[in-house]
Design a protein around this ligand. Structure first.
Ligand SMILES: [Fe+2]
Length: 267
């Protein structure tokens, strides 16, 4: 797989790298590698990131794998249709704080001010609720203890949805993805539809890596999915060991923020 990187405007050295390695692991959206499940045939991950640095430490690996598996065990038991409905209602109020998006330092849902949600409700791969859990979801076996799995309304391929109903009508497991989307949307961000889609579904690996749930996509989703696949090359595997000089890149990102977001947002 060849990753081509457009030269950014703030003068950092970025090279074009040819990635030839395919590994047997997945990475959680917190940066932990986990073993690939047998049903994840479509997943390909480079060992070297876009900046040419390896990010794997094989000694620390088995410990981390256990941590991540435990994370997904709790995640898969706890993320249910009713839970997500409650979360969307609570966080959709956007009554926590007013601040600019520059102050948003990652996973704020973990902070006391934002309800101090547990990790399983903030990060990790996301998946739809209200229909059957696809086997491509990492550590799928743990869904056997999810309360939705025995609900006949939720455990069929379409569940409560119509084919091609569009992802905007699908309830996704709760985390920073959907929250960030809600914040952007409700504060009147002028980001185009594809960018909002990328924010909302960037951890939806069963769709963008395994090709599952495509029966729920509408035409706009299919177009936006192409952008998500491009974005994803620069997401998890782009973490570089080179420290970015924040002051140097700040004007560039502030100019983007100013273009697409109001000065203060309700969170
Ligand atoms: Fe993320």
């Amino acid at each position: 797989m060849t990753i081509l990187i457009e030269q950014p405007h703030f003068g950092l050295e970025v090279e074009t790298k040819t990635i030839t390695c395919v590994t047997n692991e997945l990475v959680l959206d917190g940066g932990f590698p986990v073993p690939k499940s047998e049903s994840d045939g479509a997943f390909e991950a480079p060992e070297i990131n876009s900046f040419g640095h390896t990010f794997r430490d094989y000694n620390a690996e088995s410990e981390r794998q256990k941590t991540v598996e435990e994370f997904y065990r709790v995640n898969h038991i706890s993320q249910s249709y009713d839970f997500v409905k409650k979360m969307r209602e609570e966080y959709g109020k956007l009554d926590k704080i007013e601040m600019s998006i520059w102050e948003y330092l990652g996973k704020v849902l973990l902070l006391p001010r934002f309800g101090e949600l547990p990790q399983w409700a903030v990060v990790g791969d996301t998946f739809p609720l209200g229909c059957a859990f696809d086997e491509s979801i990492v550590h799928h076996k743990y869904f056997k203890n999810n309360s939705d799995i025995n609900n006949p309304a939720y455990n069929t391929k379409n569940g409560i949805y119509q084919e091609e109903c569009g992802l905007e009508n699908v309830v996704m497991s709760w985390g920073h993805d959907d929250y960030m989307y809600l914040v952007a949307k409700e504060n009147g961000s002028t980001l185009p539809s594809a960018a909002l889609f990328v924010i909302r579904y960037h951890s939806f690996y069963p769709l963008h890596r395994a090709g599952a749930y495509t029966h729920l996509l509408n035409e706009e989703d299919k177009e936006n999915l192409k952008w998500l696949q491009i974005f994803n090359k620069y997401d998890l595997y782009s973490k570089s060991k080179v420290r970015v000089d924040v002051e140097k890149v700040k004007p560039y990102y502030l100019s983007l923020i100013e273009k697409y977001f109001p000065a203060k947002l309700r969170w």
